[in-house]
Design a protein around this ligand. Structure first.
Ligand SMILES: C[S@@+](CC[C@H](N)C(=O)[O-])C[C@H]1O[C@@H](n2cnc3c(N)ncnc32)[C@H](O)[C@@H]1O
Length: 258
């Protein structure tokens, strides 16, 4: 279920115009202290052209291009991609509209990256395997594939419960925001539910499907695609992953052909 907006193009998937219009709101994932550390790491790993899978509105790609890194991007949603060129550096990002499981762009890349949990937007194991395969096909030997994704929050699920709340933000005007994740531990389906209520009592309910995936399964997908683990960090600060971490930044290296 997606509240959606009039005029949304179904081809834009879960990120049509009505979502894209609010995606670049200040703060949250757009805050400079969230964007800058990611751009810093990506710029350090880049050793030539880079490719962002699911580049969105250029939140990360545009500032990376502004640093002089040649950036290409693949993106499903025209509504999201239309916003890239408006950002500093964005006009230099070469965007191809398409599905990251299959779309091939010209060139050979030093780094392919897929951030902000977006591997989970591909909701089948076969599809996620194809993302890894496609990433590897864009890499030169020794090139790197980086994924940033949350760790499944199953430790917060008591027996008999399948919902984990992640936000409860009432506002003084009577409105507010509620967020829940619902897990199916038999299928690795994860559905995020966002409830937004306005002061007048009207509101919207938006549900988005994901496939959650463990680091070990990602390692296996990388191996299938001819890559091997290179780094695994808890965050963009390159701190080590521990049992208390909520997400990880992992990097695999394309194995040179024998
Ligand atoms: C959470 S946003 C992340 C955008 C951007 N990478 C960022 O960090 O801000 C997820 C993006 O993935 C795109 N997307 C989802 N599935 C895709 C697919 N199979 N191929 C290409 N893009 C996809 C969506 O349209 C959306 O723009």
């Amino acid at each position: 279920m997606n509240a959606g907006g009039h005029g949304d193009d179904p081809a834009d998937g879960w990120f049509p115009e009505s979502v894209a219009a609010g995606y670049d709101a200040p703060g949250g994932s757009n805050a400079p202290d969230v964007v800058a550390p990611a751009v810093e790491v990506l710029a350090e790993l880049a050793d030539g052209p880079v490719l962002e899978l699911a580049v969105g509105t250029g939140r990360i790609a545009a500032p990376l291009a502004a640093r002089g890194v040649p950036v290409s991007g693949i993106e499903l949603s025209r509504a999201m991609a239309a916003r890239i060129a408006d950002k500093p550096g964005g006009a230099d990002v070469a965007v191809t509209i398409g599905d990251m499981t299959t779309t091939r762009v010209p060139g050979e890349f030093s780094l392919v990256y897929l951030v902000f949990n977006t591997i989970g937007n591909v909701t089948t194991q076969d599809g996620q395997v194809e993302v890894f395969r496609n990433a590897a096909e864009h890499l030169r030997p020794g090139g790197l594939f980086l994924v940033e994704v949350g760790l499944p929050d199953l430790r917060r699920l008591p027996p008999g419960q399948d919902v984990v709340p992640f936000a409860l933000a009432p506002r003084p005007d009577g409105g507010g925001y509620l967020g829940f994740d619902q897990y199916d531990v038999t299928t690795q389906e994860l559905t995020s539910t966002h409830v937004t209520v306005s002061a007048d009592g009207t509101g919207s309910l938006r549900r988005m499907p994901f496939r959650y995936v463990w680091p070990s399964e990602l390692d296996l997908m990388a191996r299938i695609a001819g890559m091997r683990p290179k780094y695994r960090w808890a965050d963009w600060d390159r701190s080590p992953l521990t049992a208390e971490c909520t997400r990880h930044v992992s990097v695999w290296e394309k194995v040179a052909a024998p």
